[in-house]
Design a protein around this ligand. Structure first.
Ligand SMILES: Nc1ncnc2c1ncn2[C@@H]1O[C@H](COP(=O)(O)OP(=O)(O)OP(=O)(O)O)[C@@H](O)[C@H]1O
Ligand SMILES: [Mg+2]
Length: 281
């Protein structure tokens, strides 16, 4: 009898793998660019695995793989299913309630709404983890993820922005003066001061965090829910980004949730595959 189950979420940047051996759950991440290594590792680690695969690169993986019996799972369904499972297993579903938003910040960003046992994709944005890597590279020449993470944690992400108070310089602003009026809008500052790599990357992090929050909060308002669950590898080890997002989400009257192993939602949902229903009534 088979006792090896594998769920793979082959994303645009990272492949997230969840596998159970004799009932115990393991988590692993690999670069999707190196599909050959993922294949080799799977051949070495498993004899006759039962594989469920999802994500935009599932087709690419299956094209190069010998695991032709792998079952394809819809990415959005798997993601929502995995989030529900993680919330339940972390006793968080009682806090979020049955209806909530899921914002998946991967290479790009996808926003979903879960209502009980059904889900719907609400929208998305090209602003995501890929933007963090790409813009950081353009501005600083750095292309190593850990270096970008470290530099971004040590800069001032507000220096390059214009706040509402900067614009309403001689009168009381109609909304909070501390809010960002324009990300990267402070041209004067850029011309006057030599800015550090840390400041550039922090500004990118802040712009992504603020934009993603704005989109998520607006969707949550439209769908009448207060809970937003943020997932995706972009948050892994990125406390600064998490803090920007949770602070701004709360400022806008909503509650932000980050769950342990949230970035594995797609892989978990693929392995479970109990058939969450599409389309919210
Ligand atoms: N070790 C790492 N190497 C590269 N990027 C990383 C790493 N750890 C975290 N990241 C961040 O995570 C992002 C990818 O997140 P995630 O794995 O959720 O996306 P994906 O599933 O590959 O993409 P998509 O869902 O859009 O197809 C990267 O763009 C980067 O910002
Ligand atoms: Mg993904």
């Amino acid at each position: 009898m088979k006792n090896e189950y594998i769920g793979i979420d082959a994303g645009g940047t990272l492949s997230k793998i969840v596998y159970t051996i004799n009932g115990k759950c393991h988590y692993k991440k690999m670069s999707t660019a190196d599909i050959a290594s993922l294949n080799t590792w799977m051949k070495q680690s498993f004899k006759q695995p039962d594989i469920h695969i999802t994500g935009g690169k599932a087709g690419a993986f299956l094209h190069e793989s010998e695991f032709i019996n792998a079952r394809r799972i819809n990415e959005f369904e798997a993601t929502c299913e995995g989030v529900k499972w993680l919330l339940e297993n972390n006793s968080l579903l009682k806090d979020t309630g049955p209806n909530f938003m899921v914002t998946n910040v991967g290479t790009g960003t996808s926003i979903h709404y879960i209502k009980g046992n059904s889900y719907e994709r609400i929208g998305g944005s090209g602003m995501g983890g890929g933007t963090l890597l790409g813009l950081s590279y353009l501005l600083t020449g750095e292309d190593d993820y850990d270096t970008i993470l470290k530099l971004g944690n040590n800069g001032n992400g507000r220096l390059l922005n214009l706040t509402v108070s900067d614009i309403y310089s001689h009168e009381k602003p109609p909304i909070s003066g501390d809010l960002t009026a324009s990300n990267f809008g402070n041209l004067m500052q850029m011309k006057q001061e030599k800015l550090s790599k840390e400041d550039y990357i922090s500004s990118v992090v802040r712009m992504i965090g603020e934009t993603i929050t704005t989109m998520s909060v607006q969707a949550a308002e439209r769908l009448n829910t207060d809970s937003i669950v943020y997932i995706g590898s972009t948050f892994a080890r990125h406390d600064v980004l998490k803090n920007i997002i949770s602070g701004y989400t709360e400022l806008r009257g909503k509650k932000a949730y980050f769950i342990e192993h949230g970035e594995y939602s797609g892989a978990i949902g693929a392995i479970l595959n109990t058939g969450l229903q599409k389309t919210v009534q």
